[in-house]
Each structure stands twice: as C-alpha cells, then as structure tokens.
Write a protein that binds this ligand. Structure first.
Ligand SMILES: Cc1ncc(COP(=O)(O)O)c(C=O)c1O
Length: 408
C-alpha cells in the first residue's frame, strides 16, 4: 500500500447487500437467509479449523469454550494480567477461579514461566491473549497443556490476522475466540465467534451457546432445532445447561461481508502501525511492544512504552490532541487490580459460606501479584490503528512526530 493513498469504506459495501437479503427473507423461527451458516463455515476455514460457532460477543465465546471444557465450580483458569476484564470474567461466569499471572517484560503477552508456576491439580484451562494483536508464545503453552491435560483457548479478540511461527493465530489452541465488537478489525457492531477442530468440544460449545438444546449439530448455522422436532409435544429439548448467545442473522450478514474483505482491513491496520512505528523507532525514549522473530502482530493497536519517568502521561496525550492528533489510550488497569477482584476477596472473606467454591481458594488480588506488568502498565500508550484512509494515517503519524519533539 506504501506510496499511494488508499481509502476504504468504513462498512463493506457487500454488507448492505447481505443485510438486505436477511431483511427480504424476513424472520422465521426455523429458517434463515443462511448468513450465520456462511459466516461459521468461511470463518473456520480462514483459520484452518473445522468448526465455527457464532456468538453474540467475544466474551460469550470464552464462556462457551470453558463450559465445553468442563470448567466449573472451584476449577482454576490461568489468564494474563494484561487483558480486558472479559478474559478473567469468563472464568468467573463459570464459577471458576481466575488465576491472573504476569506477562513477559518485552512482548507483554502471558509469561510461560508464570503459567508453569501457577499450574495446580485444579487448573483446567489457560487463556493466552494476543494482546494488541501479538500472539502469545503458544508452543510451550500447548506443551504445558498437553502435560497437564488442560484446554487452551486463544483469546484473539484483538488479533484477526496474526501468526505464530508460520501458523495463523487461531489455528493453534484447542479453541480460538474472536470478537466483532465495534473497535475490532472485523466488526458487525457486536458479535464474536469461537473456532475449534475437536468435534466433541465444538459440539459442547455449540450447546453451551444455545441453552443446551439436545439435538443441535455442528453443521454451519445449526443454532436452532428443526421445526419437525420442536413442534412435537413429547419432544424433550434440553439435556445440558447453556447460555443463550446466538449471533443475530443480520449481524452475521455484516460480519460475513467484512470477512470477505479481511485482507484490506488487515492491511489498513498494519499500514497504520508501520506509520507510527517509523516515528517511534526514531525516538530514544519510546519502546514498542516486541514482536519476536516469526511472529506477525495483527496490530489491533500499536502499543508503546514510555521510558522516561519525567513525562506526565496526561500532558503527553493533551499535547498530541492539541496538535491535531486523534488521541491514544492508556492500558487497562492490570486485570488483578480492577476493583471487582478486591470486592470479591472482601465478599468471600465476609461470607465464606456463600462462596464455598472460592473460600480458601481465591488468590489475594493485590499489588505485587504481577510486578512486571504493574511497573510497565502506567507507561503504556496504545495508538489507534482503526483508520480507513492512509492519508489520515500519515497525517496522524506526522502529528505524533511533532508531539514527540515537544518533549525532547
Ligand atoms: C482481549 C479481549 N478479550 C475479550 C474481549 C471481549 O470481546 P467482546 O467485547 O466482544 O465481548 C475483548 C474486547 O473488548 C478483548 O479486547
């Protein structure tokens, strides 16, 4: 794309056509225009997985995956501290203990050593997060999972086309979870998908996502039971517990259209990251997230660490904005320091009988639990990469360069 301006529409033109097909078809209890079926089939294929299970968001996907893996009361799920609350929340939703561990000091993805140290007889799953778009070090994680009989769910909400040592991210874990929320590279406003190649796990996840309907199958789009079955008064519908997390057909139509132009969406993110990268590389006091050799970062954003403690974070942001910049984000709080966890500790301390699965088992979520990330997190800036016009990207990168000069 370098050299010539490229501008793409915010919404895929085909989305209008596919959405119209859904609306023209109308809404029926047991039939659809087939958009979810196409999305599930094509998405799984893109990542070399066999099954796709569309969901209403990329948190629900992880809930289903954990339920499918049999994670439940008192089990432990290892997650990194640099993530969105959705990742540990999915474990809590299953009444499992989120064991929140530290990250690598350079890639900021989950530390394999930390995982190793935190595996116990109660560990059931690991959720490595491809944070900012960078896959975690998945080979040793899969090896640990094999040794300890654990399920690995790649949380790729932020990583649509990344890769790890020659393999596309999303093809390595037992499950991979994606989000179609509005800020994501592939979006239909809200939505998500879980992909998997293990038939037993995938079917359990399908049922976990669809209130445990007994006769669901893994056929793409099969998220309702046929009318012939359901109309019978003696038909027993449900044989397991599940949430109700279907993706509406109209959202599937939009997601399908976006999937069909995923290469141009991906190229725009990577172009934006590279434009900022050039500026960052010329600055002595900014260090970007490290991409180890053999990894491809999908750059949901471009994450950078400020290495000068005399910089006031908010002043840095306001200078960028005053010069015409589009703003940037800081990192989320380290997950273990979100107030929910201290509140949970307090609630369990105060009423252990109400939380027998957590009493004596919950870590003390507090400062010092993940020292590497606690030190780095306040100094992170996450530059936006959701641009649709390379001229605007170039302008933002220039403004960012000008901003840096103000602090030299
Ligand atoms: C790392 C990560 N995991 C999970 C999610 C949850 O996705 P959703 O908002 O679709 O539930 C997000 C998105 O916000 C995310 O960034």
């Amino acid at each position: 794309m370098a050299g010539q301006q490229k501008k793409i529409p915010r919404v895929a033109p085909k989305a209008y056509e596919y959405a119209k097909q859904v609306l023209d078809f109308g809404f029926h209890n047991a039939h659809s225009a087939g958009m979810t079926a196409r999305l599930e089939r094509d998405f799984a294929k893109q990542f070399g997985q066999t099954y796709g299970i569309a969901h209403c968001n990329g948190t629900a996907t992880m809930q289903s995956a954990l339920m499918a893996a049999g994670v439940g009361v008192g089990d432990e799920v290892i997650v990194p501290t640099f993530t969105v609350f959705s990742t540990p929340a999915a474990a809590l939703h299953c009444n499992a203990v989120p064991v929140i561990v530290d990250v690598d000091p350079d890639t900021w993805t989950i530390s394999v050593d930390a995982i190793r140290k935190h595996i116990t007889p109660r560990t059931r799953a690991i959720i490595p997060v491809a944070i900012s778009g960078l896959p975690a070090d998945l080979d040793p994680i899969m090896q640990l999972a094999k040794e300890h009989n654990l399920v690995v769910i790649e949380d790729n909400a932020q990583c649509i086309i990344g890769s790890y040592k020659g393999r596309i991210a999303g093809s390595i874990g037992h499950f991979a979870s994606f989000s179609f929320q509005a800020s994501k590279t592939l979006t239909c406003g809200d939505g998500g998908i879980l992909i998997c190649s293990d038939e037993t796990l995938a079917l359990k996840a399908r049922k976990a996502a669809t209130i445990g309907f007994k006769d669901l199958t893994l056929k793409p789009g099969n998220n309702v039971v046929s009318e012939q079955m359901r109309c019978q008064p003696d038909y027993q519908r449900h044989d397991s517990i599940g949430w109700n997390q279907r993706l509406p057909e109209i959202a599937s139509a939009v997601a399908l259209a976006e999937l069909e132009r995923i290469d141009e969406l991906d190229a725009m993110r990577k172009y934006s990251a590279m434009a900022f990268e050039q500026v960052v590389r010329a600055c002595k006091w900014l260090v970007p997230q490290k991409n180890p050799a053999g990894y491809v970062n999908a750059y949901w954003n471009y994450a950078v660490r400020i290495m000068r403690d005399d910089i006031v974070w908010s002043k840095f942001l306001s200078t960028f904005i005053d010069l015409g910049g589009d703003g940037f984000y800081g990192s989320y709080q380290p997950a273990h320091l979100e107030p929910i966890f201290a509140n949970l500790n307090k609630a369990v301390d105060a009423n252990a009988q109400r939380y027998p699965h957590f009493a004596g088992r919950l870590p003390r979520y507090q400062h010092g639990m993940c020292p590497v990330w606690e030190k780095i997190q306040p100094w992170i800036i996450m530059l936006k990469t959701n641009y649709f016009d390379t001229a605007e990207v170039d302008r933002q990168a220039q403004i960012f360069a000008k901003t840096l000069k103000r602090f030299d």
